[in-house]
Design a protein around this ligand. Structure first.
Ligand code: TRP
Ligand code: SF4
Length: 433
């Protein structure tokens, strides 16, 4: 049974638990699946930290959401604008890693940001009304400039990149954005940008006429009921009145020839907020696993403490066997402390509690050696990687296959992006003739 939080079935109005396929055509309606969107920068082969920290979650979400995942190559350029070869090398490599991890191109829309110029168009249009202070105040802005001291990030692109991210999200009208804590402020900015956009452009001169058109499709009783709820909500802010009005919109939408526009118009009318052209997304902080690097610091290719997802097995063994351990455990006969050992941090993620008990007992009593302690990890990591290697193999043999997948996904994404841009241009008064 699938659960789509925050959504109601448009047919039976249940609470988001879809018990059996239903709907006019006997299949689940696509609109019942909220859209999820996320992107990743192509800055190197993905490693185990990427898998446990993000990718594993992306794979899981395919069951419940309409997933859009893209290669954020423009985002990578905001910091790596001097290194064009980085991009060329890693874009398709990263998509292979995604597929290896279990992203299914049939269910997920996989594409490349720079192939869809509409992202840049929306970015430009949103930029017009976005106060500079909103971008300067994004916490990652000053943090990153501090952290990446060796790069010149006093650029217009780097300041604007959270707004580019807002455009990435809003152009697909995504309901949820799975991001780590570090990116939460970007989703917050996206929400503010959307709110401002809808406020500025959702009440253009035709809005009243659209409301009248939509209301004309309702029966007289329904109009009276709807207007009563709208008034009550406007005057008292009653959540009950809002819910009743929204329920009516949903019921009518499901049973008549209403367009999505009609529903949106009336929903905006009900709330007094105008039409929602760009819906506000929500950050989705699902449980992720933080896998540290081989030395206990954050896993990162640039620190040289990473194991790539498709690392050669002999290299995996070598890297784990060379992992630093509790520095106090100099000789085999010295007892160690797993709590301060990077190897034990890996055990927490990769092995079962019986093995961990064996480690704790053996380590603190000097009963096992460090090399011995590492063997179950070598086995577990190799076992985890095995299906990745198998899934990647056909794509490495025939790289064209990856290109086709990206081609297909890009076309799918473009259809959605184009539709949004039509709405946006119209709302901003840019659809001449
Ligand atoms: N900024 C994100 C990162 O650096 C990548 C990204 C770009 C993204 N656009 C996005 C993530 C939209 C989620 C949604 O990791
Ligand atoms: Fe670390 Fe294991 Fe050695 Fe203990 S026995 S110090 S946990 S590697």
């Amino acid at each position: 049974m699938a659960r789509w939080p925050g959504r109601q079935c448009t047919v039976c109005e249940n609470d988001g638990f879809i018990r059996a396929p239903h709907g006019p055509s006997g299949r689940l309606l696509a609109i019942m699946r909220p859209r999820v969107l996320s992107g990743m920068r192509p800055t190197g082969a993905l490693h185990l930290g990427h898998y446990h920290g993000a990718l594993k979650n992306w794979v899981r979400m395919q069951d419940d959401y309409d997933c859009f995942y893209f290669v954020a190559d423009w985002h990578a350029l905001t910091t790596h604008y001097e290194e064009r070869e980085v991009m060329e090398r890693y874009v398709y490599d990263m998509v292979v890693d995604w597929i290896a991890a279990g992203l299914d191109p049939e269910r997920s829309t996989i594409f490349i940001q720079s192939r869809i110029a509409e992202h840049a168009e929306l970015f430009t249009l949103l930029a017009m009304g976005t106060p500079l202070g909103w971008l300067e105040r994004v916490p990652t802005y000053k943090d990153q400039i501090e952290k990446l001291k060796d790069r010149d990030l006093a650029t217009y692109g780097f300041l604007g990149y959270p707004l580019l991210q807002a455009a990435d999200i809003l152009i697909y009208k995504a309901a949820y954005v799975p991001v780590g804590e570090d990116q939460a402020s970007h989703v917050e900015l996206t929400r503010e940008v959307a709110r401002r956009f809808n406020h500025l452009y959702g009440r253009h001169k035709d809005f009243e006429a659209q409301v009248a058109t939509a209301l004309a499709k309702l029966g007289r009783e329904d109009v009276r009921y709807f207007e009563r709820q709208r008034k009550a909500y406007g005057e008292t802010g009653s959540a009950e009145a809002l819910a009743k009005g929204e329920a009516l919109v949903r019921r009518v939408a499901a049973s008549t020839g209403w367009t999505a526009d009609d529903s949106e118009t009336l929903a905006g009318h009900l709330r007094g907020s105008g039409r929602t052209i760009l819906p506000e997304p929500q950050a989705l902080h699902t449980e992720v696993t933080k896998l540290p690097g081989l030395d206990g610091a954050k896993m990162s290719k640039s620190y040289g403490n990473a194991i790539a997802m498709r690392e050669d097995p002999a290299e995996v063994r070598r890297k784990i066997e060379r992992m630093p351990t509790d520095p106090a455990r100099v000789r085999r006969s010295d007892p160690g402390n797993p709590e301060v050992c990077p190897v034990y941090a890996f055990h927490r993620i990769y092995t079962d509690s019986a093995t961990r008990d064996w480690v704790v007992k053996g380590c603190t009593s000097a009963g096992i050696g460090c090399l011995e302690c590492k063997q179950p990890l070598v086995d577990a990591v190799l076992a985890e990687q095995q299906p990745w290697r198998e899934r990647a193999e056909p794509y490495l043999r025939e790289p064209k296959k990856v290109h086709w997948i990206v081609e297909m996904g890009t076309e799918r994404a473009r259809t959605v992006a184009r539709q949004t841009m039509r709405d946006v241009r119209e709302a901003m008064g840019l659809s001449y003739g």
